[in-house]
Structure formats: structure tokens, C-alpha cells
Design a protein around this ligand. Sequence first.
Ligand SMILES: *Cc1c(COP(=O)(O)O)cnc(C)c1O
Length: 363
Amino acid sequence: MSPSRPLRARIDITALAHNYRLVQRHAPRAKAWAVVKANAYGHGLWRVVEALRGEADGFAILEPETGAALREAGVRQPILLLEGVFSAQDVGLLVEHRLTAVVHCCEQLELIEKTAPAGAPLALYIKLNTGMNRLGFSADDFPTPQEMATRLPQAEVTYMTHFANADDERGVDWQMERFQAALKDWKGPVCLANSAAVLRHPQTHGDWVRPGIMLYGSSPFANESAASLGLQPVMTLESRIISVQKVAPGERIGYGGTFTADRVMRVGTVACGYGDGYPRHAPTGGPIAVCGHRTRILGRVSMDLLACDLTEIPMAGIGAPVTLWGRGEGGDVPADEVAAAADTIAYELFCALAPRVPVDTLG
Ligand SMILES: *Cc1c(COP(=O)(O)O)cnc(C)c1O
């Protein structure tokens, strides 16, 4: 029996495949890791892996045990562990399941040297810190190709880094220069680009790219819409109006009464709140669509409910369809716009989708 509270997330796997192909069109000479960490950015790991299984060159995740589970489910393409190994047990999983591991510090490299059976095939991504200052070896202590060839001669080595500003004016050149200065004689594979770099910085594409957010149809750029980039939204969050209030001028809406009606208004109450993953910090004015018409949310978002303005949508009564974000009848409500209104990014909205929200697969 499907749950009857009207809130639903719909995941459009046709859009996901479309977005993956857009990665390939932008980076035609590179292979692409489909980044499916964080439960595929809230879209459901297994659903997304199933949808991209025939197309993705590889899958990138965090947990070694998730890598093992993907192998056990029959995934054959390369699987990249973006934070590498955490323990000796993980090194066992790496070898047993032929996982590819990022190595971001000497402790990880030593752990692999000490624990991997002699001669066991290994695929390692040596990560350089070129200015993000989060993970990675510095330019003066990273294991060079020569050093890797003596320490772990059987390892297939790729060098990688991660960009801090691929989506803004600071760009990638300053990090590219540091990367190239450290690896001037390296002719082997490199992997640098996240979604923003896939879309905006072709000089970074290298041998493998690592797109995440663009697969899910959101824009990595604050000033460029997903639609203008040719991306299609994958997650739609929709619900219904479950109550309509006619309020007099001077009446206030919701907890704290942060919105005051300035005229007679029709206010719709939507079955969706922060307990479902809708951002509590979304202010009055945040975008929403009812019966295909764009309107605004009103007052504070509560745990299970939020209010919206139906004054100009007279046909919207109880049961009227509501698009919180994603695809809608009268046009999309981009998750990027909802996120911007709440002073965050769509990545966070998607990851925060609560387990209590039923999810359907479309396409
Ligand atoms: C999450 C992640 C990505 C994907 O970034 P997007 O901005 O979602 O494209 C790429 N590389 C690394 C190392 C990551 O952790």
C-alpha cells in the first residue's frame, strides 16, 4: 500500500542518463566517475547505480564497505573510494574487491604498504593538496612517480587534486599551475575535474573527471541556471495543499508570526516541512508552485508543514498539487532557486531529503 500523506520525491532516471551524457559531451576524451557518495546526493545509491550501470565508466563513493557491496551486487566498472582507506580491514576490501583508493596522506600509503599482500594488484589515486587545504599531500612531501615505482611497483597510479574555486572567478589556473609544477615529468593518468570544472574548464579534463551535482541536474554555479547548461532536474519534491485559511489583514502566519497579511489573503498549508528535509531557513518569498503557478512560501517552515500564498491562485483548494522543487506542470521550480532563497546550495537540499519521504522512480 502506498503511503497516503501526499508528500513524495520522484527520481527521474531518464534525466539522470541525459545528464551523464552531457558530461560525456563536455569531456569527450575523459572517462567519468559518477559520484554517488551520500546516497547518490540523496537520490538513492542503488537506484542511481542501477540507472547508470550500463553507461558510467566508474562509480565514486566514500565507504570501503559500500564499494564491497557494489561489487557483490555485480558492479564491474572501477569503484573509487574518495577518502581512501581508514583501516587495515579496508585494505583487505580494496584487494579483494579491486577497488581504487585515493591516498591523501603518508599514513594511508604506509597502511597499504604494510597490509596489502605482496604483489597484490592495486589502483591508487595519489591526491595532491594544491590549495584546497583539506586533503592531500603537499608539493614537497608527495610520493613521486619514481618513489611509487619503488615502494609499490605493482600499483597503477593516477594523480589527482580537487578544486576549491572551479565555480567562481578565482578559477582553477592557480591550482593547475601547482599541480603541473609538482608533476612536470608525469605522463600517466590524472583526474582533476568536479562538475564545475567539467562544464567551465576543459583544460582540466585529463583522463578521468568526477562529476557529482551535474548528474543530479543542478548547476554548480551561483549565476548560471541548470536549464541554461542543458541539465535536467532528477529529483522532484511534490505534495499537496491540505488546508486553506482565509486570513484578514494584520493576521500573522505560523510560529513566531514572522509574516503579517497586509490584505485579505488565501493561505495554503502544504504537507512538507523541515522534518522532510525542506530547509527551515527558507524565508517568506521562497519559490514554490501550486497547480502549476509560481507563488511564494509565507512565514516560518515548521516540522511537518509550510504555508504558501494562494491569493492569486483561486482554483487551488485542498488537494491542489504543489511542487516544492523539480519538475512541475507549469514549469520547473529549480532546486537551485529554493536553495538560494534559503542561503544554501541544492547539494544540501538533496542530501537532507528525510528517510520518511517516500521515493518513486520515474522513467
Ligand atoms: C563530491 C566530490 C566531487 C563531485 O563534486 P561536484 O561539485 O558535485 O561535481 C568530486 N571530487 C571529489 C573529491 C568529491 O569529494
